[in-house]
Design a protein around this ligand. Sequence first.
Ligand code: ZN
Length: 406
Amino acid sequence: MLSKDKFVVVEVLKKAVFGRVVLKRIRRYVKLKSIILWFFSVIIMVEFRIENTDGKARAGVLRCGERIVRTPAFFPVATAGAVKGITPEVLRRCGVSGILVNAYHLARRPGLDVIKQAGGIHRFSGWDGFIITDSGGYQVMSLGENVKVYDEGVYFRSPFDGSEEFVTPKDSIMWQETIGADVIMAFDECVGYPVDEERARRAVERTIRWAEECKKAHKSEQALFGITQGSVFENLRRRCAESLVGIGFDGYAIGGVSVGEPVTESHRIVHYDCGVLPENKPRYLMGVGSLREILEAVNAGVDIFDSVLPTRNGRTGQIFTLEGRLRILAKEFRFDNNPPERGCDCYLCVNFTRAYLRHLFVSGDILGPVLATLHNIRFLERFIEKIREAIAEKRLSSLRQIYLSQ
Ligand SMILES: [Zn+2]
């Protein structure tokens, strides 16, 4: 027989051992779960999940490896690896989940060797969020001089030093794989507006051929997106989109939009392409950042946007508000002690007045453009957050009415 004290001691020991066993099991389970999650994130590198729909609009999650972004998403442009004047920490506070950097610019300055030795663009830039690289096709064709497009690639004079360059789709993939973004883009030929159908057809055939070459050259685990072209011609756009889907990409960008065509034409193109592209893959509209166009495109089924508008306008003192753009240099703001935008939760609007911001711009202080950029980015991110909420609550049409009536 055990004495009472001994019995108590045995019970305590039993509980301690049992508790430790349970704890061990929990730890083992948690470890196992994280290993399984890691395993799946390695095996399935790219995953796009639609969580809510409202008409053709979708809200979901795009995951590339360990990085995720909630869609619809808006990415500010960081051409040379930095959103001008804004630190990664501030970007995070503004609600930014991803940025767009340009492969051609980075390949030429600072150079691929510099980015490679730094361990890739995330480490080099200090931004650990989502990154997309533009293929460089649009830049070499729009910024280069003496541009000549051949079936094999593009010849041009470098906008950096005037040297002759010849860039192929394979080069673009090599640049983008070395830079190491989460999503990389196929090299395409974007024609301007207006353009005759025959010229647009040649660009479509080249875009399809180059997309095949990019797919063949693509060896990394990064997501690779194809880009549709075809100007305003529906037969060409269908041919391009269907061919790209046949080649098979992780997502699709709608190209050739915002190149000078009327807004009604842009909307028609976006709606048309969304109807041809697969439902279960992310859709990306490059270079679009106005509220109306984002709303129209989301309504057609687009998931990702990028634009230089918030940063470029911010640097010149144009402040985005729901009532329209404020040109902060205007004399009417000299004594205005209101925040730049009432109700905005950004660092500028919480802490400073229109009068002070105007003073910074008038004085040529770099803080002015920095704060204005910060506000414009937060403005776009708040807008996209509202869109995601509206889709989840199936009230996108009423949100559209509010914005489109302004
Ligand atoms: Zn603000």
